[in-house]
Design a protein around this ligand. Sequence first.
Ligand SMILES: [Zn+2]
Ligand SMILES: [Zn+2]
Length: 254
Amino acid sequence: MATASSKIEQPDDIAETKRVGKKSLYEQSVSTLTTTLLIMLTLFALCQEISREPDTRMTAMTALYVLVASYVYCDYWLWMLHCFLDRVENLQSRISQVKGFAESFQHHHDKPTTLLQENHLGEIDSLVAGVAATGVLLSLWTSPATKLIMVGVCLWGSLGSLNHFYGHAVTSGYEIPAFYKYGQAWGLLPTAKHHKIHHTAPFDVNFNFLNGFYRFYEAVYSGTGSSYAALFAMFYSLNPIVIQIWGLGLGFLA
Ligand SMILES: [Zn+2]
Ligand SMILES: [Zn+2]
C-alpha cells in the first residue's frame, strides 16, 4: 500500500506545480459567520440536553448514532455533490451558484494544482453556513441528536474538503499536516493515489471525499446509465438543507 508521503508519478501535476511555482500552501479557513452558526447549533444542542430529565439524556449509543449517521449521510452527499457538479449539463444551470460550482469542479480537472493557491475549504463556506443556519432556524423543533448530526455533517464535509486539498499537496510534493498524512496512510481518509484515479479522463469514478460507500453509489449510478435526471432529483431533494426539512416533517429527524 502506498503511504501518503510516498512519491507518486504524477507528471501532469508536477509540471503544473512547476508552472505555478512552489509557493507555500494557501491557508484554509471558513468565515466567522459559518463558525458562529456551527457553535450556536452545538450550544443549542448542549443547553437542550442538560435541561432534559436525566432518564431522557443521550447515551453512548446516541453518540455513536450521531457519529455514524452524520458520516454516512455526509459521505453520500459529498459523493452525489461531486458526481452532479462534474456533469457538463450544470455548466448551463440557471442557478448561478450551481453553475459556479460546476465550473469550479470541472476547471479543477484541467488545472488540478491551482487549488493549492486557493482557499479550497472556503469554497464550501456558503453551503456549510446554509446547512448550519437551517439547523439553527429549526432548532425549536429538533432534538439535540439531530442538531449534532447536522454539525457533524458540516465537520465531515470540511474534513473531506481539507483532505482533498492536502491530497493534492502531497501529489505536488508538499509536506502536509500529520493528521492528513497518517489519516491517508492508515486508510482512514481517501489517499492522493485514490483521488488521482478520479483525475484521469473520463473523470467518472472515485467521486468520494470520504472513505464510505462510493463503490456502491458508482455501481448504482452506472446501472442507471449514468442518469442525469436521477442525480438532479437527488441533488435538489436530498441535500443537507432540504433534508433537514424533510427529516423534521416526516419525523425521522425529530
Ligand atoms: Zn471531479
Ligand atoms: Zn482533485
